[in-house]
Ligand binder design. Structure first.
Ligand SMILES: Nc1ncnc2c1ncn2[C@@H]1O[C@H](COP(=O)(O)OP(=O)(O)OP(=O)(O)O)[C@@H](O)[C@H]1O
Ligand SMILES: [Mg+2]
Length: 372
């Protein structure tokens, strides 16, 4: 049984530590074995509360099923400043859907927005998102990437980008790498700063990264979604005016089960699922070229068929893909003629066929031309 935010909340409610009060809970994010907790405190008292913070952190670390814990003190009330105490105590995972704004209108200058998502963490969404974006660019599209993983942004590392974005007329300029425009929470916070926000704050950050950024003109904006299918992810799926979603899964049954949750989530909010990608499909030994299906092989294609979802293609588990990701030189750019780039290009073609084939009705802007 994996850890839930309710387990953690129950533990926090019953904590017996001097100075502890569950009302201090400003935000809670539980992602499998990862717990992030924000304690909302009076800034004037913050320095004296460090021992309490450390004790709460140690106590959470001792909970069964917890692998990593971050507890931070925050004075930040964010957009919820005017919120009632009950809202302030509501952890991010439990933000009431009724509070979420409706899916917004189009983003000026952006033609089509697609989400790269999965139900499960670590299956290669971000790696797929960046290489798919580069493959779409290789097919002549003007492409941007929105890193919507507010808790664990990947794009700064994957593209070797850092520093704050420039701001002009209260609008942020996306950073640019290999001709791709990129926006990520990673540009706005220090790398080691723990981000623990309540649902409304996540919404507000995401909205700003979408709408207060000079994206255009773009043919495709690829949104790298955070892992999971909780309320926060659901909210994101609702707020981004998506043309559709691409689901990434590894081939084994467990990941596919989570992929199905992801598919259900998008269907719930009427976002078309444009297809399934099998990542880490098989391992080809660099020495003997023997192919080993480490996570099985073909599971995602079978599942796609069963769910009547297009299968967009498979990407092998390959050391070069990880190495190029780690070094900020994604493989479609650094080895454009290689076999792995070819796999991503084939996926991009399948995706474009879905988008251009008119088989789905998706959110699309009329082309606007500017003269003069
Ligand atoms: N096809 C692949 N071959 C080898 N390594 C891969 C492949 N795809 C992803 N990886 C590696 O697996 C790790 C996880 O990938 P990535 O960060 O893209 O996953 P994610 O689904 O975005 O994770 P999270 O859920 O944390 O956002 C990274 O180290 C990445 O380099
Ligand atoms: Mg990721």
């Amino acid at each position: 049984m994996s850890l839930t935010s309710d387990d953690v909340l129950r533990h926090l409610q019953s904590l017996e530590i001097k100075g502890w009060n569950p009302k201090l809970i400003g935000g809670l994010h539980v992602d499998q074995a990862r717990v992030m907790l924000a304690l909302q405190v009076d800034p004037a008292l913050a320095s004296g509360l460090e021992p309490l913070r450390a004790e709460v952190e140690a106590s959470l670390a001792s909970l069964e099923g917890v692998e990593t814990v971050q507890v931070v003190l925050t004075a930040e009330a964010g957009p919820g400043k005017a919120s009632t105490p009950t809202q302030a105590q509501r952890p991010a995972q439990q933000a009431a859907p009724a509070q979420q704004p409706q899916r917004g209108g189009p983003i000026p200058g952006v033609q089509t927005i697609i989400a790269v998502a999965s139900g499960k963490g670590g299956v290669g969404k971000s790696t797929t998102a960046v290489n798919l974006a580069l493959a779409l660019q290789a097919r002549g599209k003007a492409v941007g990437i929105l890193d919507a993983d507010i808790y664990g942004p990947s794009m700064p590392k994957l593209l070797g980008l850092d520093g704050k974005p420039e701001v002009e007329d209260n609008r942020m300029k996306p950073k640019e790498k290999i001709g791709i425009k990129v926006m990520s929470m990673g540009f706005l916070i220090e790398e080691d700063t723990a981000m623990i926000w309540r649902g409304p704050m996540v919404q507000s950050a995401l909205l700003q990264m979408m709408r207060q950024v000079d994206w255009g003109p773009l043919d495709v904006l690829v949104v790298d979604m955070p892992p999971g299918t909780g309320d926060v992810q659901l909210t994101m799926a609702q707020q981004v005016p998506l043309a559709g979603a691409v689901i990434v899964s590894t081939p084994q049954d467990l990941a596919l089960l989570d992929a199905k949750k992801g598919i259900t989530m998008f269907r719930k909010v009427n976002v078309p699922v444009l297809g399934l990608i099998e990542n880490m499909s098989s391992f080809i030994c660099p020495n003997c070229q023997h192919e080993s299906p480490i996570f099985g092989h073909g599971g995602a294609e079978r599942e796609a068929k069963r769910l009547s979802i297009p299968f967009l293609g498979a990407v092998p588990l390959e050391m070069a893909i990880r190495e190029t990701s780690d070094s900020g030189q994604p493989i479609v750019a650094s080895d454009a003629q290689g076999p792995h780039a070819a796999a991503y290009l084939a996926i991009a073609d399948a995706l474009l066929a879905q988008l251009d084939g008119g088989k789905k009705s998706w959110f699309k802007l009329p082309k606007i031309s500017f003269s003069g």
